[in-house]
Structure formats: C-alpha cells, structure tokens
Design a protein around this ligand. Structure first.
Ligand code: NOJ
Length: 536
C-alpha cells in the first residue's frame, strides 16, 4: 500500500461550542481553539477535525448550515479561521473541517429561494413531493414537512430545519464542488464528511443510505475537488461493512481517504436503538473490531470510541467509578494499538464521563427532544423513565458538556454562563490536574500517540499484521501486531475482576502499561489492567 501522511496521523476532534470560550458568551469559539493549540501540541496530535463553525441558526448546533462560506459570529470570523489555520500549521497541526452537504439549514439562501415558488431557479436544489411517503426522520417524526406557500412537502432526513439537498441536480453538485475548492484554497487539509452515505439516495424507492448514485457522486467530487490536493477525507458512513469500505477508500477508486464505520458502536443498542440500550456482548465486540482489522485489505479505516454523537466511552464500556483512570487507559491502549487512523474526541484524553441532568429540559440536543416527542409522547412506545435511562447512557449531550480545563468556576471553560451545564465532576477531572500528574490518562494518550508516530514500532503499529488471541475469552481482549521487524502483544482486562493468563509469555519489555509494576511474564491481569509487550 502506498504510504500516505494520514496513515500516520492522530486526529483530535473539537466540538467548538464546548471547547473554550474567550468572549464570555458561554459558547466556545475559534480564538479559544487557538489558545489551546499548545495543549494539543503537547498531546502530540497532528490533525484537528473541527465540527461545524459555519453560519447557522444552530438548530442542530451547526449541522444546519445557512452559509457555507462564512463563520458563525458565535464562533468568530473568517479572519479568525485563517489565523487558526496558520497558527495550527506553525505547530505542524492540520485543520480538517466538517463538510455537511446532505442537507442545509432552512435558513440557507438556496432554501429561502426554493420555497418561494415551484418555478424558482433554486426549487430543484431540494426534494419536493405532492404527497409525503412514510419515511421517518432520524430525529423523530415524519421526514416530510408541508410548506404552505407552494403546497408541497420537502424531504428532511434530520430535523425539519435541515432540508436535504437534491444531489441529482448537477447545479447542486457544482455549487458544492466550488465551495469545497474555496475552502481547500484557504489552506485546510481535508474534510470529515457528514452522513455522506446518504447523498446517493433514491427517495421514491425509499433507498436512503448507500444509494446507487453514491459512489459515482463521490468519484465526481474527488475529481473536481480534493483529488487535486494532498488532503484527508473521512466519510461518516453508518451502514458500511468492510466490502463497502473498500468502495469508499481503496486508493484506486479515487473516492475518500478513509471512513468512520459504526459497527462496533451499535452493539449495545436495543429494541428502540440507542434509547433502549442492552448489555454489550464482549465477544462480539472483539469479533467486529478484529474483522475490521483483517478484512479491509485495500482501504483504510479510522479508530474511535468517541465523538460528539456518542456517549463517553469510559462510562459506556469502562468504569467511571473507582477504576476510571485504569479503564480509560485500558480502552485507549486497545484502540490505539490497532491499524487505522485514531481519533481522540475532546475530553477523552482526560477521561471525561457521561453526565446526568435532573430533567429533560436541561438537555439541549435536538435529537433527544425530537425522539422524546415521537416515541414517548405521541406513540407511547416507551415510558418517560425508560427514555431518560437511554439519555443517561447514550444521549449525545453526554459528549457535549463543556471541556473541563481547571477546577475553577465553570471549569475554566467560560467567564459567562455555559450554553450547556457542566459535568459537576470537573473538580476531580480537568486538564490542569491531568497535566500535573504524570500518571494521568492524558500521559497514556500522549505515550500511545508518540509510539505510533515516532517510535521504532511505528510501521508495525500502522501497517503490521493483526491477530486476535483468546478469541473466546469472556473478559480479556488480546491481540498481536507484527511484521518482519517487531512483534507486539497487546492485552487488556475489560472487567474489574482479576484474570489469570496462561499463555507462557516471557516478553522482552513492557512498553505500555496502566499499572506501574506489570511484569514481562504476564500471569495475572488486575482490574482493567492493559499492557503492550514487546515479544520480538
Ligand atoms: C451526523 C452528525 O455527526 C450529527 O451530529 C448531526 O446531527 C447529523 N449528522 C446531521 O447532520
């Protein structure tokens, strides 16, 4: 496989509104990111994926864009953005923006025009029908909203303020291509592509994800835009399996660099999806993650536990009580020693946890409120308490509480009133304390990132083979990474119970460990113990 710079990268995702506020309005901003570049440099990441900072009425916190070529005043200005790109680049950090082109905001000029009349030149930028079908919105309720002025329904896969663009219209394609080039020429280094698997949809056949036009559209986009630059593109593709992943990311197909796939992230979803979670089947988790390690031969995958749509991993599959530190380090170790490009979501590096607000009204997320209306109030499929349980375990606001920088007021995130309540545990969990403690989760992330990027094991970690070990063990995740130069053995106890290990190991060296006295003859794993051993 031809080597690419992004094979070696570690990406840090910033959800700008919750990262760092410099104006005191309670919302994070671009200058706040610039202020923290040295912190990110210390962590060792070399790419930042910025969740949307474009102009937006913020119905879905920026995933509803009203102007692709401007910055929302909440976050700053285009000049701030240029400065961010420049200051980041000076620290050898690249900026990747979020490309949200399945839909716009209903406040986008194109949609404002489109809804004026059936013969408006922008009408066909969106999807209109005389009658709605039974397609549902991801955020609850129908995917169709009636528009009075012209007496037709428009399609929105998400909230009604997020009308879907009509990708069958070549003019839409041209507009988006021009916009992409405009940003690339400003010096950004790529895009994370929001629900990109939906743009090839065939609405009348009720095909939404992985539609027949998807890959030709991506090939056209590549040719007209990012294919002409040396950049990173990562598609958010919920329905991908390794075969589909090859379609997106085999270099010869000239589509994307890599994808985010979510097979491991839905393993504990129950009858009503994430709202009614079930227990994780640990053996299945191992099997799925391993399948992605071995079956994706010609493409490239990403590695992640967290993002702004997912609950905090230490609360989900770790232990956010007494073993918070051990289990967070364990989860980091298992993920970062795999093949693929790792993504760290803000706060993950200090093991921030899920949050529990007393009432539904304290939550901001459009998905939480839309789904509540649909499945609790209108259709009575689950009770209020069942729903709240789902929110506590899986709701997106778990990931969106403000970043915990210090133990001072509002965790050092803002001088004003934070847009979303903080997790009260910022007194114990914050960046300042983590930086002062050599044994903190932060330094394990730093070590893992450094090992991947700058060590004698880099090539083995990035390109080496993978083999799952102890496949049927109920508590231990173990695998080996090897090539002609090195063999690394990675092992982790996913439980709080001790586990004996009978593999006859006598390693040369302990390279990473979350206990200070891990032995090279590994015979016992303590609660959440994880280590990387050098075998050869
Ligand atoms: C996926 C994004 O990650 C999520 O936050 C957003 O709500 C939807 N796409 C719609 O843009």
């Amino acid at each position: 496989m031809e080597k690419k710079w992004w094979h070696k990268s570690v990406v840090y995702q910033i959800y700008p509104r919750s990262f760092n506020d410099t104006t005191g309005n309670g919302v994070g901003d671009i200058n706040g990111i610039i202020e923290k570049l040295d912190y990110l440099n210390e962590l060792g990441v070399d790419v930042i994926w910025l969740s949307p900072v474009y102009k937006s009425p913020m119905k879905d916190n920026g995933y509803d864009i009203s102007d692709y070529q401007d910055i929302d005043p909440l976050f700053g200005t285009l000049d701030d953005m240029d400065r961010l790109i420049k200051e980041a680049n000076e620290r050898e950090i690249k900026i990747v923006m979020d490309l949200v082109v399945n839909h716009t905001s209903d406040q986008h000029e194109w949609f404002k025009e489109a809804r004026k009349s059936k013969d408006n030149p922008y009408r066909d930028y969106y999807i209109w029908r005389d009658e709605p079908s039974d397609l549902k919105s991801t955020f609850g309720g129908s995917a169709w909203t009636y528009d009075n002025t012209t007496g037709q329904y428009y399609f929105h896969n998400f909230a009604k303020g997020q009308p879907d663009l009509n990708w069958e219209n070549p003019k839409v394609q041209d507009e988006i291509h021009n916009m992409i080039n405009w940003w690339l020429d400003r010096g950004i280094s790529g895009f994370r592509m929001d629900v990109i698997d939906l743009i090839g949809k065939e609405i009348d056949k009720k095909i939404i994800g992985n539609g027949p036009r998807l890959h030709p559209l991506l090939q056209d986009m590549n040719k007209a835009t990012f294919g002409n630059y040396d950049v990173l593109t990562v598609g958010e593709t919920w329905g991908a399996n390794p075969e589909i992943a090859e379609l997106y990311s085999s270099p010869s197909r000239k589509e994307l660099s890599m994808i985010f796939q979510f097979e491991h992230m839905t393993l504990d979803w129950g009858e009503f999806g994430k709202w009614t979670p079930k227990e994780l089947d640990f053996k299945q988790l191992k099997q799925i993650l391993s399948k992605w390690q071995t079956d994706l031969e010609n493409g490239w995958n990403s590695l992640f536990w967290n993002n702004h749509d997912l609950p905090r991993i230490v609360s989900r599959w770790g232990n956010d009580g007494i073993y918070r530190v051990e289990s967070a380090k364990m989860l980091a170790t298992i993920l970062h020693m795999m093949k693929g490009t790792p993504y760290v979501y803000q706060g993950e590096e200090i093991a921030m946890t899920n949050v529990k607000f007393d009432s539904l009204h304290e939550y901001n997320d459009v998905e939480i409120h839309g789904t509540y209306r649909d499945i609790v109030e209108e259709n009575k499929l689950i009770t209020h308490d069942e729903f709240m349980n789902g929110v506590y375990i899986m709701g997106r606001d778990n990931a969106r509480t403000p970043m915990q920088w210090t133990r001072n007021e509002h965790a050092g995130f803002t001088n004003g009133l934070p847009w979303l309540k903080l997790n009260p545990n910022f007194i114990e969990i914050n960046v300042e304390d983590a930086l002062n403690d050599p044994k903190s989760v932060f330094y394990t992330y730093k070590q893992l990132i450094d090992l991947r990027k700058n060590s004698e094991y880099s090539d083995t970690i990035i390109y080496g083979d993978y083999q799952l070990i102890l496949e049927n063990h109920e508590a231990i995740f173990a695998y080996s990474r090897f090539d002609s130069d090195n063999e690394l053995f990675v092992i982790a106890n996913f439980t709080e119970n001790e586990q004996s290990v009978d593999l006859g190991i006598d390693a040369k060296e302990v390279i990473v460990s979350n206990y200070i006295d891990t032995s090279t003859k590994l015979e016992l794993l303590r609660p959440y113990e994880a280590c990387v051993l050098k075998i050869k």
